[in-house]
Design a protein around this ligand. Sequence first.
Ligand code: NOJ
Length: 559
Amino acid sequence: MTFTQQDARPELESAPGSEWWRTAVIYQIYPRSFADASGDGLGDLPGVTAHLDDLKELGVDAIWLSPFQRSPQKDAGYDVADYRDVDPIFGTLADFDAMLAGAHERGIRVIVDLVPNHSSDQHVWFQEALKAAPGSPERARYIFRDGKGENGELPPNNWESVFGGGMWKRVTEADGTPGQWYLHIFDESQPDFDWTNPEVRAEFRDILRFWLDRGVDGFRVDVAHGLIKAAGLPDFTPDPEGGSMGGDAAGVPYWGQPGVHEVWREWHEVLAEYDGDRALCAEAWLPTVAQTALWVRPDEMHQAFNFAYLETKWDAEALRDVITDSLHEYAAVGAPSTWVLSNHDVVRHASRLALTAENPQGAGIGPKSPGKPDPVKGLRRARAATSLMLALPGSSYLYQGEELGLPEVIDLPDDARQDPTWFRTNGERYGRDGCRVPIPWTADAPAYGFNDTGAAWLPQPTEWAELARDVQREDPASTLSLYRSLLAERRAHGLGAGSLEWLDGYGDDVVAFRNGPVTVIANLGDAAVDLPAGDVLVASGPLDGDTLPTDTTVWIAAA
Ligand code: NOJ
Protein backbone atom coordinates (compact mmCIF):
# COMPACT_ATOMS: atom_id res chain seq x y z
CA MET A 1 0.00 0.00 0.00
CA THR A 2 1.26 3.51 -0.79
CA PHE A 3 0.46 6.55 1.34
CA THR A 4 1.17 10.05 0.15
CA GLN A 5 0.91 13.12 2.31
CA GLN A 6 0.06 15.12 -0.80
CA ASP A 7 -2.86 12.79 -1.63
CA ALA A 8 -4.46 13.93 1.58
CA ARG A 9 -5.21 17.37 0.14
CA PRO A 10 -4.47 17.23 -3.56
CA GLU A 11 -5.25 20.92 -4.07
CA LEU A 12 -2.30 21.85 -1.85
CA GLU A 13 0.93 21.90 -3.73
CA SER A 14 3.88 21.92 -1.43
CA ALA A 15 5.17 25.24 -2.73
CA PRO A 16 8.13 26.61 -0.77
CA GLY A 17 6.82 28.31 2.34
CA SER A 18 3.33 26.91 1.89
CA GLU A 19 1.94 24.80 4.73
CA TRP A 20 5.43 24.31 6.00
CA TRP A 21 4.19 22.31 8.99
CA ARG A 22 3.17 19.35 6.83
CA THR A 23 6.77 18.32 6.34
CA ALA A 24 8.77 20.32 8.89
CA VAL A 25 11.34 19.02 11.33
CA ILE A 26 10.59 20.96 14.50
CA TYR A 27 13.18 21.16 17.26
CA GLN A 28 11.91 21.53 20.81
CA ILE A 29 13.76 24.02 22.97
CA TYR A 30 13.24 23.65 26.69
CA PRO A 31 14.43 27.18 27.45
CA ARG A 32 15.58 26.63 31.03
CA SER A 33 17.99 23.91 29.89
CA PHE A 34 19.09 25.07 26.44
CA ALA A 35 21.58 27.91 26.94
CA ASP A 36 22.02 30.44 29.72
CA ALA A 37 23.28 33.85 28.59
CA SER A 38 22.76 35.47 32.01
CA GLY A 39 24.78 32.83 33.88
CA ASP A 40 22.22 32.31 36.66
CA GLY A 41 21.94 28.57 36.01
CA LEU A 42 18.63 28.76 34.13
CA GLY A 43 18.58 29.02 30.36
CA ASP A 44 17.03 32.08 28.74
CA LEU A 45 15.90 33.65 25.47
CA PRO A 46 19.18 35.46 24.73
CA GLY A 47 20.77 32.01 25.13
CA VAL A 48 18.49 30.72 22.37
CA THR A 49 19.34 33.67 20.12
CA ALA A 50 23.04 33.05 20.64
CA HIS A 51 22.72 29.49 19.33
CA LEU A 52 20.44 29.99 16.32
CA ASP A 53 23.37 29.36 13.98
CA ASP A 54 23.88 25.97 15.58
CA LEU A 55 20.27 25.12 14.84
CA LYS A 56 20.63 26.35 11.28
CA GLU A 57 23.72 24.19 10.94
CA LEU A 58 21.79 21.21 12.31
CA GLY A 59 19.21 21.75 9.58
CA VAL A 60 15.86 22.03 11.38
CA ASP A 61 12.92 23.92 9.87
CA ALA A 62 11.36 25.28 13.03
CA ILE A 63 11.73 25.52 16.77
CA TRP A 64 9.10 25.07 19.46
CA LEU A 65 9.81 26.80 22.76
CA SER A 66 8.40 25.37 25.95
CA PRO A 67 6.85 28.11 28.14
CA PHE A 68 8.86 31.25 28.88
CA GLN A 69 5.89 33.39 29.95
CA ARG A 70 5.64 34.88 33.43
CA SER A 71 5.37 32.06 35.92
CA PRO A 72 6.31 31.13 39.47
CA GLN A 73 7.90 28.01 37.89
CA LYS A 74 6.11 25.48 40.07
CA ASP A 75 5.87 23.23 37.00
CA ALA A 76 8.81 24.62 35.02
CA GLY A 77 6.70 27.31 33.39
CA TYR A 78 3.61 25.22 32.66
CA ASP A 79 2.01 27.33 35.39
CA VAL A 80 1.51 30.68 33.69
CA ALA A 81 0.76 33.82 35.70
CA ASP A 82 0.77 36.26 32.76
CA TYR A 83 0.26 34.94 29.24
CA ARG A 84 1.35 38.19 27.61
CA ASP A 85 4.78 38.67 29.14
CA VAL A 86 8.17 36.97 29.36
CA ASP A 87 9.28 35.78 32.77
CA PRO A 88 12.28 37.83 33.93
CA ILE A 89 14.31 34.63 34.37
CA PHE A 90 14.05 34.13 30.61
CA GLY A 91 14.45 37.78 29.59
CA THR A 92 12.03 40.36 28.21
CA LEU A 93 9.55 40.74 25.38
CA ALA A 94 12.31 42.58 23.51
CA ASP A 95 14.52 39.49 23.93
CA PHE A 96 11.69 37.41 22.53
CA ASP A 97 11.31 39.70 19.52
CA ALA A 98 15.05 39.58 18.89
CA MET A 99 15.05 35.79 19.09
CA LEU A 100 12.07 35.56 16.72
CA ALA A 101 13.63 37.96 14.22
CA GLY A 102 16.94 36.07 14.38
CA ALA A 103 15.20 32.76 13.74
CA HIS A 104 13.17 34.15 10.84
CA GLU A 105 16.29 35.67 9.28
CA ARG A 106 17.74 32.18 9.21
CA GLY A 107 14.56 30.68 7.73
CA ILE A 108 13.63 28.99 11.00
CA ARG A 109 9.96 29.20 12.05
CA VAL A 110 9.00 29.63 15.69
CA ILE A 111 6.18 27.93 17.58
CA VAL A 112 5.44 28.93 21.16
CA ASP A 113 3.82 26.88 23.89
CA LEU A 114 0.37 27.89 25.04
CA VAL A 115 -1.08 26.51 28.25
CA PRO A 116 -4.88 26.91 28.15
CA ASN A 117 -6.06 24.14 30.47
CA HIS A 118 -4.91 25.85 33.63
CA SER A 119 -3.12 28.94 34.87
CA SER A 120 -0.83 29.50 37.79
CA ASP A 121 -2.52 30.15 41.11
CA GLN A 122 -0.65 33.48 40.94
CA HIS A 123 -2.60 34.54 37.83
CA VAL A 124 -4.62 37.67 38.55
CA TRP A 125 -7.87 35.88 37.71
CA PHE A 126 -7.23 33.16 40.25
CA GLN A 127 -6.25 35.66 42.91
CA GLU A 128 -9.53 37.48 42.21
CA ALA A 129 -11.42 34.20 42.38
CA LEU A 130 -9.97 33.43 45.81
CA LYS A 131 -11.13 36.81 47.14
CA ALA A 132 -14.58 36.59 45.51
CA ALA A 133 -17.63 34.75 46.85
CA PRO A 134 -18.86 31.32 45.75
CA GLY A 135 -21.05 31.72 42.68
CA SER A 136 -19.34 34.95 41.59
CA PRO A 137 -18.21 35.63 37.99
CA GLU A 138 -14.60 35.61 39.26
CA ARG A 139 -14.98 32.01 40.50
CA ALA A 140 -16.76 31.02 37.28
CA ARG A 141 -13.50 31.35 35.33
CA TYR A 142 -12.19 28.27 37.17
CA ILE A 143 -13.84 25.08 38.40
CA PHE A 144 -14.92 25.75 41.96
CA ARG A 145 -17.41 23.37 43.60
CA ASP A 146 -18.81 22.82 47.08
CA GLY A 147 -17.35 19.81 48.85
CA LYS A 148 -19.24 16.67 49.81
CA GLY A 149 -19.91 15.57 53.40
CA GLU A 150 -21.86 17.29 56.13
CA ASN A 151 -19.70 20.42 56.08
CA GLY A 152 -18.26 20.21 52.61
CA GLU A 153 -15.12 18.65 54.06
CA LEU A 154 -14.77 16.01 51.30
CA PRO A 155 -13.63 16.77 47.75
CA PRO A 156 -16.39 17.02 45.12
CA ASN A 157 -15.27 13.76 43.47
CA ASN A 158 -12.51 11.12 43.60
CA TRP A 159 -10.31 12.32 40.72
CA GLU A 160 -6.56 11.96 41.15
CA SER A 161 -4.04 14.54 39.95
CA VAL A 162 -1.72 13.57 37.10
CA PHE A 163 1.15 14.44 39.43
CA GLY A 164 -0.19 12.30 42.30
CA GLY A 165 -2.55 13.05 45.19
CA GLY A 166 -6.08 14.41 44.82
CA MET A 167 -7.30 16.71 42.05
CA TRP A 168 -9.07 19.18 44.37
CA LYS A 169 -7.89 21.76 46.87
CA ARG A 170 -10.07 23.43 49.44
CA VAL A 171 -9.85 27.19 49.85
CA THR A 172 -10.39 29.41 52.86
CA GLU A 173 -13.14 31.94 52.20
CA ALA A 174 -12.71 35.66 52.79
CA ASP A 175 -14.37 35.35 56.23
CA GLY A 176 -11.77 32.76 57.31
CA THR A 177 -14.06 29.69 57.12
CA PRO A 178 -13.15 26.54 55.15
CA GLY A 179 -14.83 26.96 51.78
CA GLN A 180 -15.19 25.60 48.26
CA TRP A 181 -12.79 23.35 46.40
CA TYR A 182 -11.10 24.01 43.06
CA LEU A 183 -10.04 21.50 40.45
CA HIS A 184 -6.42 21.06 39.37
CA ILE A 185 -5.59 18.21 36.99
CA PHE A 186 -1.91 18.90 37.69
CA ASP A 187 -0.32 20.57 40.72
CA GLU A 188 -2.47 22.50 43.18
CA SER A 189 -0.65 25.61 41.94
CA GLN A 190 -2.25 24.98 38.50
CA PRO A 191 -6.03 25.58 38.79
CA ASP A 192 -8.07 24.47 35.74
CA PHE A 193 -10.00 27.08 33.78
CA ASP A 194 -13.69 26.52 33.08
CA TRP A 195 -13.76 26.34 29.29
CA THR A 196 -17.56 26.43 29.20
CA ASN A 197 -17.22 30.10 30.24
CA PRO A 198 -17.26 32.48 27.22
CA GLU A 199 -15.01 34.91 29.07
CA VAL A 200 -12.24 32.29 29.22
CA ARG A 201 -12.65 31.62 25.51
CA ALA A 202 -12.49 35.31 24.60
CA GLU A 203 -9.39 35.79 26.74
CA PHE A 204 -7.52 33.01 24.98
CA ARG A 205 -8.48 34.21 21.51
CA ASP A 206 -6.95 37.49 22.54
CA ILE A 207 -3.80 35.79 23.86
CA LEU A 208 -3.42 33.96 20.53
CA ARG A 209 -3.61 37.31 18.74
CA PHE A 210 -1.03 38.82 21.08
CA TRP A 211 1.60 36.29 19.96
CA LEU A 212 0.41 36.06 16.34
CA ASP A 213 0.74 39.84 16.07
CA ARG A 214 4.34 39.51 17.26
CA GLY A 215 4.93 37.11 14.37
CA VAL A 216 4.96 33.58 15.80
CA ASP A 217 4.33 30.78 13.33
CA GLY A 218 2.10 28.78 15.61
CA PHE A 219 1.42 27.22 18.97
CA ARG A 220 2.04 23.94 20.66
CA VAL A 221 -1.14 23.59 22.72
CA ASP A 222 -0.59 22.09 26.15
CA VAL A 223 -3.03 19.43 27.42
CA ALA A 224 -5.25 19.88 24.37
CA HIS A 225 -7.27 16.84 25.47
CA GLY A 226 -8.13 18.21 28.90
CA LEU A 227 -9.99 21.51 28.59
CA ILE A 228 -13.55 20.22 28.87
CA LYS A 229 -14.64 17.96 31.71
CA ALA A 230 -17.62 15.56 31.52
CA ALA A 231 -20.85 17.12 32.76
CA GLY A 232 -21.49 16.40 36.42
CA LEU A 233 -17.80 15.55 37.03
CA PRO A 234 -18.50 11.83 37.63
CA ASP A 235 -16.13 9.76 39.78
CA PHE A 236 -13.35 7.91 37.95
CA THR A 237 -10.48 5.70 39.09
CA PRO A 238 -7.53 5.53 36.67
CA ASP A 239 -5.46 2.44 35.94
CA PRO A 240 -2.45 2.69 38.30
CA GLU A 241 -0.21 1.24 35.55
CA GLY A 242 -1.25 3.86 33.01
CA GLY A 243 0.82 6.80 31.83
CA SER A 244 0.18 9.91 33.90
CA MET A 245 -0.75 12.27 31.08
CA GLY A 246 -3.65 10.05 30.00
CA GLY A 247 -3.82 8.19 26.75
CA ASP A 248 -4.07 4.63 27.95
CA ALA A 249 -7.71 4.53 28.93
CA ALA A 250 -10.96 5.31 27.20
CA GLY A 251 -13.85 7.03 28.98
CA VAL A 252 -11.80 9.27 31.26
CA PRO A 253 -14.14 12.16 32.24
CA TYR A 254 -11.41 14.79 32.04
CA TRP A 255 -9.65 13.68 28.83
CA GLY A 256 -10.83 13.85 25.25
CA GLN A 257 -14.31 15.24 25.84
CA PRO A 258 -16.05 16.21 22.56
CA GLY A 259 -16.52 19.84 23.67
CA VAL A 260 -12.83 20.61 23.07
CA HIS A 261 -13.31 20.52 19.32
CA GLU A 262 -15.43 23.67 19.39
CA VAL A 263 -12.50 25.47 20.97
CA TRP A 264 -10.09 24.31 18.25
CA ARG A 265 -12.52 25.47 15.55
CA GLU A 266 -12.58 28.93 17.11
CA TRP A 267 -8.79 28.98 17.28
CA HIS A 268 -8.45 27.74 13.71
CA GLU A 269 -10.46 30.77 12.58
CA VAL A 270 -8.23 33.12 14.55
CA LEU A 271 -5.09 31.69 12.94
CA ALA A 272 -6.68 31.80 9.50
CA GLU A 273 -6.98 35.60 9.83
CA TYR A 274 -3.17 35.76 9.66
CA ASP A 275 -0.96 35.21 6.65
CA GLY A 276 1.95 32.79 6.50
CA ASP A 277 0.51 29.40 7.41
CA ARG A 278 0.30 29.70 11.18
CA ALA A 279 -0.23 26.32 12.80
CA LEU A 280 -1.61 24.68 15.94
CA CYS A 281 -0.10 21.48 17.27
CA ALA A 282 -2.05 19.51 19.87
CA GLU A 283 -0.48 17.89 22.86
CA ALA A 284 -3.23 15.30 23.23
CA TRP A 285 -2.55 11.95 24.90
CA LEU A 286 -5.39 9.72 23.67
CA PRO A 287 -5.87 5.98 23.51
CA THR A 288 -5.71 5.57 19.71
CA VAL A 289 -4.28 7.26 16.63
CA ALA A 290 -7.83 7.39 15.19
CA GLN A 291 -8.99 9.44 18.17
CA THR A 292 -6.01 11.75 17.97
CA ALA A 293 -6.77 12.35 14.29
CA LEU A 294 -10.04 14.01 15.36
CA TRP A 295 -7.95 16.89 16.72
CA VAL A 296 -6.60 17.65 13.24
CA ARG A 297 -9.72 17.65 11.11
CA PRO A 298 -9.53 20.38 8.44
CA ASP A 299 -11.15 23.09 10.57
CA GLU A 300 -9.36 22.24 13.84
CA MET A 301 -5.67 21.96 14.65
CA HIS A 302 -3.01 21.40 12.01
CA GLN A 303 -0.89 18.80 13.75
CA ALA A 304 -1.07 16.57 16.81
CA PHE A 305 1.83 14.84 18.51
CA ASN A 306 1.93 11.17 17.63
CA PHE A 307 2.33 9.78 21.14
CA ALA A 308 1.23 6.32 19.97
CA TYR A 309 4.45 6.32 17.91
CA LEU A 310 6.55 7.61 20.79
CA GLU A 311 5.17 4.90 23.08
CA THR A 312 5.78 2.05 20.63
CA LYS A 313 8.31 -0.46 21.84
CA TRP A 314 11.47 -1.26 19.87
CA ASP A 315 9.70 -3.98 17.93
CA ALA A 316 9.47 -4.19 14.14
CA GLU A 317 5.90 -5.41 13.88
CA ALA A 318 4.63 -2.83 16.37
CA LEU A 319 6.44 -0.08 14.46
CA ARG A 320 5.04 -1.19 11.10
CA ASP A 321 1.56 -1.21 12.62
CA VAL A 322 1.73 2.22 14.21
CA ILE A 323 3.25 3.77 11.08
CA THR A 324 0.56 2.26 8.84
CA ASP A 325 -2.16 3.28 11.26
CA SER A 326 -0.83 6.83 11.56
CA LEU A 327 -0.44 7.47 7.85
CA HIS A 328 -3.90 6.07 7.27
CA GLU A 329 -5.77 7.87 10.03
CA TYR A 330 -4.18 11.28 9.54
CA ALA A 331 -4.52 11.13 5.74
CA ALA A 332 -8.21 10.32 6.23
CA VAL A 333 -8.71 13.76 7.77
CA GLY A 334 -6.33 15.57 5.42
CA ALA A 335 -3.58 16.10 8.00
CA PRO A 336 0.07 15.09 7.97
CA SER A 337 1.20 12.51 10.45
CA THR A 338 3.76 13.71 12.95
CA TRP A 339 6.48 11.61 14.55
CA VAL A 340 8.28 12.09 17.84
CA LEU A 341 10.57 10.04 20.07
CA SER A 342 11.50 12.37 22.93
CA ASN A 343 10.29 15.44 24.76
CA HIS A 344 10.51 17.01 28.22
CA ASP A 345 7.87 14.64 29.69
CA VAL A 346 9.31 11.25 28.77
CA VAL A 347 12.47 9.27 29.41
CA ARG A 348 14.94 10.23 26.65
CA HIS A 349 14.81 7.63 23.88
CA ALA A 350 18.55 6.91 24.12
CA SER A 351 17.62 5.32 27.46
CA ARG A 352 13.96 4.42 27.03
CA LEU A 353 14.51 2.07 24.07
CA ALA A 354 16.78 -0.14 26.21
CA LEU A 355 14.71 -0.23 29.42
CA THR A 356 14.05 -3.78 30.56
CA ALA A 357 11.13 -3.04 32.88
CA GLU A 358 7.80 -1.30 32.28
CA ASN A 359 8.04 2.43 32.82
CA PRO A 360 4.76 4.36 32.47
CA GLN A 361 5.04 7.88 31.04
CA GLY A 362 5.80 10.41 33.76
CA ALA A 363 7.31 7.87 36.17
CA GLY A 364 10.88 8.62 35.14
CA ILE A 365 13.89 6.54 36.13
CA GLY A 366 16.18 7.00 39.09
CA PRO A 367 18.74 5.14 41.17
CA LYS A 368 16.20 2.65 42.55
CA SER A 369 14.26 1.97 39.33
CA PRO A 370 14.12 -1.60 38.04
CA GLY A 371 15.27 -2.45 34.51
CA LYS A 372 17.80 0.31 34.02
CA PRO A 373 19.05 0.61 30.42
CA ASP A 374 22.37 -0.48 28.95
CA PRO A 375 23.62 2.90 27.64
CA VAL A 376 25.47 1.47 24.65
CA LYS A 377 22.47 -0.48 23.45
CA GLY A 378 20.22 2.50 24.19
CA LEU A 379 22.26 4.88 22.05
CA ARG A 380 22.57 2.40 19.20
CA ARG A 381 18.81 1.91 19.19
CA ALA A 382 18.13 5.62 19.50
CA ARG A 383 20.29 6.38 16.47
CA ALA A 384 18.52 3.63 14.51
CA ALA A 385 15.10 4.83 15.68
CA THR A 386 15.74 8.45 14.71
CA SER A 387 17.10 7.34 11.34
CA LEU A 388 13.86 5.47 10.79
CA MET A 389 11.69 8.36 11.98
CA LEU A 390 13.32 11.06 9.86
CA ALA A 391 12.69 9.02 6.70
CA LEU A 392 8.94 8.95 7.25
CA PRO A 393 6.63 11.29 5.32
CA GLY A 394 5.10 14.02 7.45
CA SER A 395 6.54 16.24 10.17
CA SER A 396 8.98 15.20 12.90
CA TYR A 397 9.70 16.65 16.29
CA LEU A 398 13.16 16.52 17.90
CA TYR A 399 13.91 17.33 21.54
CA GLN A 400 16.99 19.37 22.41
CA GLY A 401 19.96 17.18 23.20
CA GLU A 402 18.79 14.11 21.33
CA GLU A 403 21.04 15.23 18.45
CA LEU A 404 23.90 14.72 20.94
CA GLY A 405 22.62 11.27 21.92
CA LEU A 406 22.01 12.43 25.48
CA PRO A 407 20.72 9.71 27.78
CA GLU A 408 18.28 10.19 30.63
CA VAL A 409 20.16 11.31 33.77
CA ILE A 410 19.32 8.56 36.21
CA ASP A 411 21.38 9.38 39.28
CA LEU A 412 20.23 12.90 40.05
CA PRO A 413 20.48 13.47 43.80
CA ASP A 414 17.10 13.48 45.53
CA ASP A 415 17.58 17.02 46.76
CA ALA A 416 18.18 18.30 43.23
CA ARG A 417 14.89 17.00 41.85
CA GLN A 418 12.28 19.63 41.03
CA ASP A 419 9.42 17.91 39.19
CA PRO A 420 6.17 18.28 41.18
CA THR A 421 5.57 14.57 40.50
CA TRP A 422 8.52 13.74 42.78
CA PHE A 423 7.07 15.77 45.65
CA ARG A 424 3.41 14.85 45.19
CA THR A 425 4.20 11.12 45.19
CA ASN A 426 6.69 11.42 48.06
CA GLY A 427 9.48 10.18 45.84
CA GLU A 428 7.57 7.13 44.64
CA ARG A 429 7.78 8.43 41.06
CA TYR A 430 11.02 10.14 40.04
CA GLY A 431 9.26 12.26 37.43
CA ARG A 432 10.77 14.08 34.49
CA ASP A 433 13.90 15.88 35.71
CA GLY A 434 16.19 13.27 34.16
CA CYS A 435 15.36 14.44 30.63
CA ARG A 436 15.60 18.14 31.52
CA VAL A 437 19.25 18.52 32.53
CA PRO A 438 21.00 21.52 30.85
CA ILE A 439 22.63 20.39 27.62
CA PRO A 440 26.40 20.44 26.91
CA TRP A 441 27.84 22.75 24.26
CA THR A 442 31.59 22.86 24.95
CA ALA A 443 33.58 20.10 26.63
CA ASP A 444 36.11 22.39 28.25
CA ALA A 445 33.94 25.11 29.67
CA PRO A 446 32.01 25.76 32.86
CA ALA A 447 28.68 23.88 32.80
CA TYR A 448 29.90 22.47 29.46
CA GLY A 449 29.19 25.81 27.83
CA PHE A 450 25.58 26.02 29.04
CA ASN A 451 26.77 29.35 30.47
CA ASP A 452 30.10 30.80 31.56
CA THR A 453 29.56 30.68 35.32
CA GLY A 454 29.20 26.94 35.83
CA ALA A 455 25.78 27.24 37.47
CA ALA A 456 23.13 24.72 36.39
CA TRP A 457 19.64 24.28 37.84
CA LEU A 458 20.09 20.51 37.61
CA PRO A 459 23.56 18.96 37.91
CA GLN A 460 25.13 17.76 34.65
CA PRO A 461 26.87 14.36 34.62
CA THR A 462 30.65 14.46 34.13
CA GLU A 463 30.35 12.02 31.20
CA TRP A 464 28.62 14.78 29.29
CA ALA A 465 31.95 16.42 28.45
CA GLU A 466 32.41 13.75 25.76
CA LEU A 467 28.94 14.46 24.40
CA ALA A 468 29.43 18.22 24.08
CA ARG A 469 28.53 19.71 20.72
CA ASP A 470 32.05 21.00 19.98
CA VAL A 471 33.49 17.49 20.37
CA GLN A 472 30.77 15.89 18.24
CA ARG A 473 31.04 18.51 15.52
CA GLU A 474 34.55 17.29 14.71
CA ASP A 475 33.64 13.60 14.66
CA PRO A 476 31.99 12.22 11.50
CA ALA A 477 30.74 9.19 13.47
CA SER A 478 29.09 11.27 16.20
CA THR A 479 25.37 11.41 16.81
CA LEU A 480 25.40 15.10 15.89
CA SER A 481 26.98 14.28 12.53
CA LEU A 482 24.37 11.57 12.00
CA TYR A 483 21.50 14.00 12.67
CA ARG A 484 23.01 16.58 10.32
CA SER A 485 23.33 13.98 7.56
CA LEU A 486 19.82 12.69 8.10
CA LEU A 487 18.34 16.17 7.97
CA ALA A 488 20.32 17.12 4.87
CA GLU A 489 19.39 13.93 2.99
CA ARG A 490 15.77 14.20 4.11
CA ARG A 491 15.64 17.70 2.64
CA ALA A 492 17.55 16.78 -0.52
CA HIS A 493 15.16 13.92 -1.30
CA GLY A 494 11.94 15.62 -0.15
CA LEU A 495 11.16 12.78 2.25
CA GLY A 496 8.80 14.85 4.43
CA ALA A 497 6.53 15.41 1.43
CA GLY A 498 7.05 11.92 0.09
CA SER A 499 5.15 8.66 0.36
CA LEU A 500 5.75 5.33 2.00
CA GLU A 501 5.72 1.98 0.28
CA TRP A 502 6.42 -1.06 2.45
CA LEU A 503 9.03 -3.50 1.20
CA ASP A 504 8.62 -7.21 1.88
CA GLY A 505 11.18 -9.93 2.05
CA TYR A 506 13.52 -8.67 4.74
CA GLY A 507 12.06 -10.74 7.59
CA ASP A 508 9.79 -10.09 10.55
CA ASP A 509 12.34 -8.17 12.59
CA VAL A 510 13.05 -5.62 9.90
CA VAL A 511 11.20 -2.42 9.05
CA ALA A 512 11.77 -1.73 5.35
CA PHE A 513 10.15 0.78 3.05
CA ARG A 514 10.77 3.05 0.15
CA ASN A 515 10.13 6.79 0.28
CA GLY A 516 10.65 8.20 -3.22
CA PRO A 517 14.20 7.42 -4.32
CA VAL A 518 15.29 6.29 -0.86
CA THR A 519 15.12 2.76 0.52
CA VAL A 520 15.09 2.61 4.30
CA ILE A 521 15.92 -0.56 6.21
CA ALA A 522 15.94 -0.82 10.00
CA ASN A 523 17.15 -4.07 11.51
CA LEU A 524 15.63 -4.71 14.94
CA GLY A 525 16.52 -8.40 14.97
CA ASP A 526 19.63 -10.25 16.12
CA ALA A 527 20.67 -11.56 12.70
CA ALA A 528 22.46 -9.35 10.16
CA VAL A 529 20.41 -8.45 7.08
CA ASP A 530 21.71 -8.43 3.50
CA LEU A 531 21.64 -4.97 1.98
CA PRO A 532 20.20 -4.32 -1.47
CA ALA A 533 22.34 -2.71 -4.18
CA GLY A 534 22.65 1.07 -4.16
CA ASP A 535 24.59 3.90 -2.59
CA VAL A 536 24.44 4.20 1.16
CA LEU A 537 23.26 7.73 1.95
CA VAL A 538 23.33 7.43 5.74
CA ALA A 539 23.75 4.62 8.24
CA SER A 540 22.94 4.94 11.93
CA GLY A 541 25.97 2.81 12.84
CA PRO A 542 28.82 0.87 11.22
CA LEU A 543 27.81 -1.59 8.51
CA ASP A 544 29.32 -5.03 8.28
CA GLY A 545 30.36 -5.31 4.63
CA ASP A 546 27.14 -5.69 2.66
CA THR A 547 25.08 -6.51 5.72
CA LEU A 548 23.14 -4.45 8.20
CA PRO A 549 23.90 -5.30 11.85
CA THR A 550 21.35 -5.40 14.64
CA ASP A 551 19.79 -2.14 15.85
CA THR A 552 20.97 -0.26 12.79
CA THR A 553 19.10 1.70 10.11
CA VAL A 554 20.37 2.53 6.67
CA TRP A 555 19.16 4.83 3.88
CA ILE A 556 20.07 3.64 0.41
CA ALA A 557 19.63 5.49 -2.87
CA ALA A 558 18.12 3.19 -5.48
CA ALA A 559 20.85 1.84 -7.78
C1 NOJ B 1 2.09 18.88 29.55
C2 NOJ B 1 3.46 19.46 29.63
O1 NOJ B 1 4.21 18.98 28.55
C3 NOJ B 1 4.01 19.08 30.97
O2 NOJ B 1 5.37 19.34 31.08
C4 NOJ B 1 3.21 19.80 32.02
O3 NOJ B 1 3.63 19.39 33.30
C5 NOJ B 1 1.72 19.50 31.88
N1 NOJ B 1 1.28 19.53 30.52
C6 NOJ B 1 0.92 20.50 32.64
O4 NOJ B 1 0.90 21.72 31.97
